[in-house]
Design a protein around this ligand. Structure first.
Ligand code: F6P
Length: 541
């Protein structure tokens, strides 16, 4: 990277530009340019992005794209797609795009083409998923599988649970899917309470197969199965593993014939379309899973080939930088107007925050600008009756991503019209608000009038697709993946490592030993942590 970010000509130009237009109101921007609502849109891979309700002009976009060029976005994008080791702190390629590359494409890493191996695993997953779905895969006592429990955490949980919920309408309804992630025993206990072990299949999903939470839950699952069927041979019928670590899988006792692999060039939070998606495939079937991959791939092609000016992930990524660094926005609200996407914000939290929550550049220098924002959200319209008050009248600037579909998967009376009316109404209200004179003209009591003012000028994107399908879900996830990548390139950070999770893991291991030791431990923490540990050991307040 040539110059530090804030010294680049494009950044300096953006600072000047922000001083000029930063306080302009969306009312003015729309009044100046009546075509804005149709012009500031982009489309591809089954999605349409309206970014006209952003505090940006054509000049803003020109400068942001100039910034992307100065930061080498196009070359970095190509480096990712061609398998260069861009995850420099772990010396790894970053090739989630290979997971959805069509058979016949070629992506070479360390001298070998990874695409055939991807399809080989997909085929094995497909054969296995079909056997479970058809009842051909029997449990140890000969009963067919009725319950599938994915045991994993982080990327080995959030993608599977999000995709299962999102695609529930395409799922085989006589199979029950559950997801156990938390080391809190309540998660396991409640997920298994009403299930028959003889009809239950566990998918132990862990890239490393060493993650404390997952291994603890997997061990409890093993005990639960063996308590009901006290025969080691039951393990092979009730456990499959998804991992990159065959030796750890064997050591746990899962037959390698029942292991579905992936590779170190797939980051955990970028893995829902790898074998980590096995539960998704069992739920919706191999054909639908391939449609999901098709949607991912369509967005990959869009990201790789569309002009930057029309490139949805690039535009979304650049606007995220614009708000983080020029408007001091701290958070982004993700507001899907589709109940099936209820876990999408949680999924995005790991994707965005584990990727771009970084404080040093690739060469280890402390950044002197803000990096990744806090992502959060809830499905609409529920959020409207809880936190939207702050979006509309609070003092913070919170850019919002509204996500909606033209057609419902469950058409029911007026429901969908009302749902979508709320999407459009919210973006309009946030952008344009209601002035004091308008409030007064409505005859509001004078003392109430200020309370009824909406300042407006609150930015949002509106993302639309025709309907929620496996393909549109894939496109949507890939859109955010590449937006995250774009932001990381601008900030010159590594979006693909996660060193920030290490310290807590190491300390928890040490403290677990202290909590469990028979002898009074010689605690060497700070006085607060020491006191908390003593209190826990004592068992009462
Ligand atoms: O602790 C963070 C993390 O490493 C995530 O990046 C990852 O998705 C999660 O833990 C689970 O890891 P694994 O799949 O190896 O169990």
């Amino acid at each position: 990277m040539s110059a530090p970010l804030r010294d680049t000509p494009a950044w300096k130009a953006l600072e000047l530009h922000h001083a000029e237009i930063g306080s302009m109101h969306l009312r003015e921007l729309f009044a100046e340019d009546p075509q804005r609502g149709s012009r500031m849109t982009a489309a591809g891979a089954g999605l349409r992005l309206d970014y006209s309700k952003h505090r940006a002009t054509q000049e803003t976009l020109r400068l942001l794209i100039e910034l992307a060029r100065e930061r080498g976005l196009e070359a970095r994008r190509e480096a990712m797609f061609t398998g260069a080791p861009i995850n420099t702190t772990e010396s790894r390629s970053v090739l989630h795009v290979a997971l959805r590359a069509p058979a016949g494409e070629s992506i070479v890493v360390d001298g070998s083409d990874v695409v055939p191996a991807v399809h080989e695993v997909l085929d094995r997953m497909g054969a296995f998923a079909d056997r479970v779905r058809s009842g051909d895969w029997k449990g140890h006592t000969g009963k067919p599988i009725r319950n599938v429990i994915n045991v994993g955490i982080g990327g080995s949980d959030l993608g599977p649970v999000m995709a299962y919920e999102a695609l529930r309408s395409y799922s085989q309804r006589d199979l029950e899917f559950r997801f156990v992630s938390n080391v809190d025993g309540t998660d396991f206990a409640e997920a298994t309470r009403d299930l028959d072990p003889a009809e239950t299949l566990f998918i132990i999903a862990s890239k490393t197969f060493t993650t404390q939470e997952t291994m603890t839950n997997a061990a409890s699952a093993r005990e639960w199965v063996l308590a009901a069927m006290p025969d080691e041979a039951a393990i092979a019928r009730h456990f499959v593993a998804v991992s990159t670590a065959a030796d750890e899988v064997s050591a746990f006792g899962v037959d390698l014939d029942n292991m579905f692999g992936f590779w170190d060039w797939v980051g955990g939070r970028y893995s829902m379309d790898s074998a980590i998606g096995l539960s998704t495939m069992i739920a919706v079937g191999p054909d639908r899973f391939r449609e999901l991959l098709g949607g991912f791939h369509a967005m990959d092609v869009h990201f790789r080939t569309a002009a930057l000016e029309q490139n949805m992930p690039v535009l979304m990524g650049l606007l995220a930088v614009w708000y983080s660094d020029f408007f001091d926005a701290q958070t982004v609200a993700v507001l899907p107007y589709d109940q099936y996407l209820k876990r999408f914000p949680a999924y995005l939290q790991q994707l965005t925050m584990e990727s771009n929550g970084k404080h040093v550049t690739l060469d280890g220098t402390r950044v002197d600008y803000e990096t990744g924002a806090v992502y959060w959200g809830e499905p609409g319209t529920n959020g409207q009756h809880s936190f939207y008050q702050l979006l509309h009248q609070g003092t913070r600037l919170i850019p919002c991503d509204f996500i909606g579909f033209l057609h419902s998967l469950n058409p029911l009376g007026r429901h969908h019209d009302l749902l979508m009316a709320n999407v459009f109404a919210q973006t309009e209200a946030l952008a344009f608000g209601k002035r004091l004179d308008e409030v007064r003209a409505e005859g509001s009591r004078a003392e109430l009038a200020p309370h009824r003012v909406f300042e407006g000028n609150r930015p949002s994107s509106t993302l639309l697709a025709e309907r929620l399908t496996p393909a549109t879900l894939g496109s949507l996830v890939a859109l955010y993946e590449h937006s995250v990548f774009t932001q990381g390139v601008i900030w010159d950070i590594n979006s693909f490592d996660q060193w920030g999770v290490e310290l807590g893991k190491v300390l928890a291991k040490r403290i677990a030993a202290e909590l469990e030791s028979d002898d009074e431990p010689d605690l060497k923490h700070d006085s607060s942590t020491n006191a908390l540990i003593h209190l826990y050991r004592r068992g009462h307040l």
